[in-house]
Unconditional design. Structure first.
Length: 484
């Protein structure tokens, strides 16, 4: 499109993207990861496991996600030509169609995850405004819709302004969480902690306890790849990997601490029955009503900041995929502030649709949380597998100790994400197929715009599998075998 006033092309945005420092990239990672999930951890874990299972789960999740963080660090250095991280790695490693699925899945995961933020905010306010219920009433959806579109217009003003806001919000939201941990330690009851150690009668075997927590840990760690998504904005390429690892280690320590100290405040069964945000109720038990108010205010700040970061990242993925001709060309346009407005609009619209669907869900928050995690697993698996793939090729840069280390990291990350797919269970795999399969329409549009054949033989097979999975998922929902 040509500007009527200047005669210059403005549809593709400015020639030079806004550049971000190491601190800003790290804040994007922390801001993306510290959101709704951390405030729900006490109840989510207590519904599945006791102290022993929680320690094992965090050890597995921490190791697995650290390996994924190292994967993104390694790939950022070894393949500096690839932008938008998760999507670009899948495409380079396994072809355009799986790359498209990775981009779409990551984007859809972000959109569904954004819905959990609004559900949790309205659920929090619902403690004093009953009409909001648990964040899934009609009034709650209307309030959330107003907030969703307010952020759309804020982000349209520019990436630079939004990133600056994210830096401030990230600092503001981490403080209440750290205060929670300190106060919980002060009121820590060793006898309650000991009673919670082995888990309650309803928890089942230790393996099932650990498995039941896996999607919750995935959700809270989503965002570890945030710096790689914004690789085109980094001042120095090596800052991407540094920001990823720094952000992960900081957040991991906080998340594990929030979970474990909660077991020293209340019996496990009581924590499991708390309404979300359960962190607020745990602190209320320890210090009184002011503790709940303190955490609730921190939650609202935290979630709004995470929503900002995730909306930015989701739009960025669609934008870069469109510029690489893997999404329809209308998504590659950006305004003069370097904001991909059509991609941002699609992101907001999908969040709006999922927000309406929460009205018909039995447990809106937990369903959206688990679906967010499940949708992200295919993109993560493909990125980890790509790291393994490039490590087994002859390469002067990966000989000796460095090659063996990076190969080990890639293998562990791949095995971890494959285990997460198993832990997710058939329900969320089928629902993911229902979301993935129709997305092929966008892929077909992009191919048609380029005058290319829509599918290669291998891509036809992948498409057939995804459609078959979607059909089975729809039948399972209709028959009542699975439910939202």
């Amino acid at each position: 499109m040509t500007s009527s006033r200047t005669g210059t092309d403005v549809s593709e945005g400015p020639a030079t993207p806004v550049k971000m420092s190491l601190l800003t990239l790290t804040m994007m990672v922390v801001g993306s990861m510290v959101g709704a999930g951390v405030f729900s951890l006490p109840s989510r874990f207590a519904q599945e496991t006791g102290v022993a299972g929680a320690l094992i789960a965090w050890a597995i999740a921490g190791t697995g996600m650290l390996m994924l963080a190292f994967v993104f660090q390694t790939l950022a250095v070894r393949r500096p030509d690839l932008d938008a991280g998760v999507y670009a790695y899948a495409k380079a490693g396994f072809g355009e169609y799986l790359g498209f699925f990775s981009a779409f899945g990551y984007w859809a995961s972000a959109c569904v995850g954004n819905v959990t933020y609004w559900v949790l905010i309205t659920s929090t306010v619902g403690a004093v405004w009953p009409a909001l219920g648990d964040g899934d009433t009609l009034v709650a959806v209307v309030v959330s819709t107003a907030g969703l579109w307010a952020f759309y217009f804020l982000i349209r003003r520019g990436v630079k302004e939004a990133a600056a806001i994210n830096r401030v919000v990230t600092v503001a939201k981490v403080v209440p969480i750290i205060v929670f941990v300190i106060l919980a330690l002060f009121f820590f009851d060793a006898s309650v902690f000991a009673d919670n150690f082995g888990g309650a009668d309803y928890a089942g075997s230790l393996f099932n306890q650990v498995r039941g927590t896996m999607l919750a840990t995935v959700f809270v760690f989503l965002g570890v790849e945030g710096a790689s998504v914004y690789s085109r904005h980094a001042r120095r390429r090596e800052d991407i990997g540094r920001a990823t690892v720094l952000g992960f280690l900081s957040v991991f320590a906080v998340f594990a601490s929030v979970t474990i100290v909660s077991y020293g405040i209340m019996p496990m069964a009581e924590i499991a029955d708390l309404r979300q945000p359960s962190m607020a109720a745990v602190l209320e038990e320890a210090v009184g009503t002011w503790g709940q108010v303190f955490v609730s205010v921190g939650l609202i700040v935290s979630v709004l900041g995470a929503y900002l970061a995730w909306t930015l990242m989701a739009a960025e993925v669609l934008f870069v995929a469109a510029k690489d001709h893997d999404m329809p060309r209308f998504l590659r346009h950006a305004n003069s502030a370097d904001v991909p407005v059509p991609a941002l609009l699609m992101t907001t619209l999908l969040s709006q649709v999922v927000l309406v669907i929460t009205l018909f869900s039995d447990d809106a928050f937990n369903f959206a949380l688990d679906l967010t995690s499940a949708l992200s697993l295919i993109p993560f698996l493909l990125a980890a597998a790509f790291a393994v793939k490039i490590m087994v090729r002859p390469d002067e840069l990966t000989r000796g100790t460095a090659k063996r280390r990076d190969l080990t990291v890639g293998i562990v990350a791949t095995l971890y994400t494959a285990f997460l797919l198993f832990a997710a269970g058939l329900k969320f795999v089928l629902v993911s197929f229902i979301i993935y399969a129709p997305a092929t329409i966008l892929f077909a549009m992009a191919r048609r715009e380029q005058g290319r054949r829509v599918f290669s033989p291998a891509e036809r097979l992948i498409c057939a599998v995804s459609v078959a999975g979607a059909v089975v998922g729809v039948i399972a929902l209709a028959a009542g075998w699975i439910s939202l």
